[in-house]
Design a protein around this ligand. Structure first.
Ligand SMILES: Cc1ncc(COP(=O)(O)O)c(C=O)c1O
Length: 364
């Protein structure tokens, strides 16, 4: 084999790659590191997949009309405002590419979703991070960080990894401050877990702001992470641009059939979400009772601020068979598991809970 490596443009050789959550293994049997749904997909999904599998000799519908139609009805949004994608991740990349030229800036809170800096850097743009305030996005500071070179802002709500949301009123005020040349992405990957009535009414905001795109995914609440399907609600002109950029047939026929079936099973999903929110609130309350500083979570994970004891806890959880995610300066994100697994998290975190404020911790 020739020893010369293949020709790749220099700027791509040093790009950091996406790091997936540590998988469950023999040593660690429960994966709480990727904010997945611990339950299998809803029962209707299995039947829809079996039916769709009989036709995979055919290409998928290029326009994914069945899913677009189902989403349009569910969200009361005109179909021309909807764009479906093989997960939210490619959408983030495409939105950076469509709005931001190499050398221009994208603003994001930090810590926030690790996928943003990767997408920004892959497109030769610059990431401008704005520290969180009390574990939540600081929208006024993010507005102040916009410069003449800014083209895009990522607003993650609930914010991965802290679980906090922005409110509708604060986001609306922020959108009023953002100049027209700057696009805003509201990433609502965890929207189905939200029960705070003050959370953004995203569809309403999209109708009012041509410069806003809402991104969602079937990977979390719907439990379809392995199939890859997500969508954007946005201005029709942005749908048109995204359509021109997308690789053809990206959303497979199986993914589309599963997403449509999962959307139709709305009562079963609502039931699951109610139970998940109950478990989340139990986890937050239990961790706080054990002395940990935990921000209020509206998602399917909880966040423990950085510090040596947090790192120790991650190691103890691992020794008990649970993989979690150390992030940033080693804050710890723990995804929701089944009730028994959540009991094990609480038990482990209570063994050596901090008594005073966590040193170096994020104020919450
Ligand atoms: C905030 C946020 N946005 C987007 C994604 C990507 O989701 P998908 O599986 O649809 O690519 C994730 C996944 O963890 C996420 O946490």
């Amino acid at each position: 084999m020739p020893s010369r490596p293949p020709t790749v443009r220099e700027q791509f050789l040093s790009l950091p790659a996406y790091a997936a959550g540590e998988p469950a293994s023999l040593a660690a049997t429960h994966k709480l590191s990727s904010n997945e749904n611990p339950e299998p997909p809803l029962p209707a999904v299995g039947a829809a997949l079996a039916e769709a599998a009989r036709r995979i000799n055919r290409y998928p519908d290029l326009a994914n009309s069945a899913l677009v139609g189902a989403l349009a009805r569910r969200l009361s949004v005109p179909p021309e405002r909807l764009f479906v994608s093989p997960g939210a991740t490619p959408l983030l990349d495409q939105l950076v590419r469509l709005t931001t030229a190499p050398g221009e800036e994208v603003v994001t809170g930090w810590p926030s979703f690790e996928g943003y800096p990767l997408a920004i850097r892959a497109n030769g743009a610059r990431t401008v991070t704005v520290p969180l305030r009390r574990a939540a996005l600081d929208l006024p500071a993010m507005a102040a960080a916009i410069t003449p070179r800014t083209r895009l802002v990522f607003v993650c709500s609930p914010n991965n990894p802290t679980g906090t949301t922005v409110t509708h009123d604060r986001l609306a005020a922020f959108l009023e401050r953002v100049p027209e040349r700057v696009h805003v992405v509201l990433d609502e990957a965890y929207i189905d877990y939200v029960d705070d009535p003050a959370a953004p009414r995203a569809v309403e905001l999209v109708a009012e702001h041509p410069g806003l795109t809402v991104v969602r995914t079937f990977s979390k609440a719907h439990g379809l992470a392995g199939l890859r399907v997500g969508y954007a609600v946005t201005h029709p002109a942005m749908v048109d641009a995204l359509t021109r950029l997308r690789p053809a047939f990206g959303v497979t026929a199986l993914a589309e059939a599963a997403a449509v079936a999962s959307l139709r099973a709305e009562y079963e999903l609502a039931d699951r979400m109610e139970r998940a929110r109950g478990e989340r609130d139990r986890l937050v309350a239990g961790l706080r009772a054990a002395g940990w500083q935990v921000p209020p979570s509206q998602a399917n994970f909880v966040w423990l601020p950085p510090g040596p004891r947090t790192r120790e806890l991650a190691a103890r959880l691992r020794a008990n068979g649970l993989t979690t995610r150390l992030l940033g300066e080693d804050g710890l994100r723990i995804s929701l598991g089944t009730p028994g697994i959540n009991d094990l998290v609480l038990h482990t975190a209570s063994e050596d809970a901090p008594t005073g404020p966590v040193r170096g911790g994020m104020p919450v």
